[in-house]
Design a binder for this molecule. Sequence first.
Ligand SMILES: *Cc1c(COP(=O)(O)O)cnc(C)c1O
Length: 389
Amino acid sequence: MMNSFYRDTWAEIDLDAIYYNVSQLKKLLPDETCIMAVVKANAYGHGDAQVAKTALEAGASYLAVAFLDEALALREKGITAPILVLGASRPSDVHLAAKHKISLTVFQPDWVEQAADLYKGTERVRFHLKMDTGMGRLGVREEAETKRIVELIDGHPYFSLEGVYTHFATADEINTDYFSFQYRRFLQMLEWLPYKPPMIHCGNSATALRFPDKVFNMVRFGISMYGLSPSPAIKPYLPYELKEAFSLHSRLVHVKKLQPGEKVSYGATYTAETEQWIGTVPIGYADGWLRKLQNFHVLVNGKKAPIVGRICMDQLMIRLPEPMPVGTKVTLIGRQGDEYISVDDVAQYLGTINYEVPCTVSYRVPRIFFRNKSIMEVRNVVLNGNDYV
Ligand SMILES: *Cc1c(COP(=O)(O)O)cnc(C)c1O
């Protein structure tokens, strides 16, 4: 059954683009290297289950999320592929991971000891050991703690070490000194292990695309699955042209002519200098179109139109290049004719990274999923919750 929505603001998710980005990576990687599709944060704002299914169809064999709730949500939506929780979980929740066949990240001997005490089940619990090679976030740093964790896992009848991994801090930078340092450190730390677990991984999107021969047997593919470059600096060096999956649209709900001296929005900070046409667009900061985007532009009738006055919680105003009817389509991210606003453009205007932009577009904005160029599904969380129909 298809959800509907009754506001004229929506995001379009091009699952064909996601399929393309994953299948191109699959071609680039050696045959024995698996793709773990990173679908944390509702697939970077795109839609977790829809992206997960598409990535799996395109050749990914594993999924990753940030915390246990996100993994459980995927299971509720009928996703049966293996899932790794990349962040910290509680030792007391290991039974949930076991029941739903979700692998957990470990990096503290005490944690494994507590989990072993608390876990009374007989289903297998799979762990990936995280090594901190220089990211300074999560991970073991010493040989003794590493050996202790492996000992504790191996000593438990239902625990097993499925993987070992690390994360790079600078894989998206042109200068590779720190990347190489971390890579060498990872090789050294792997020597601490009494045996090699089945999965060894270190590559995020930047690493997978730039150094496909340095990723062991699995990559964690996030940002570039969505068609975005891990950084502006490496964009010219990517091995294939990524296709952006996310676009954002609305419609004019009101149009009026202002006289010189008339003002717009809170604080009355914008004054019409001349006679001009102003359109009201039903999207605001509660939708993730942040107040800092004031003076940025949107597209209407294939032309740029500046956002004027303060952005409100649910609405904003634009200066129209010419009078237009109510109902005219407004594109905030995406293409209209020859004009294009990319996620990168929005990120640059906000002084942030592209990752933040689709993540910030909130649950209030319904998502329309396109597959094989036609609408496959509509999700409206405001009206239908996160239930999967
Ligand atoms: C989010 C995340 C990734 C994905 O990184 P991208 O740069 O989006 O490809 C990989 N590994 C870990 C540990 C992460 O947290």
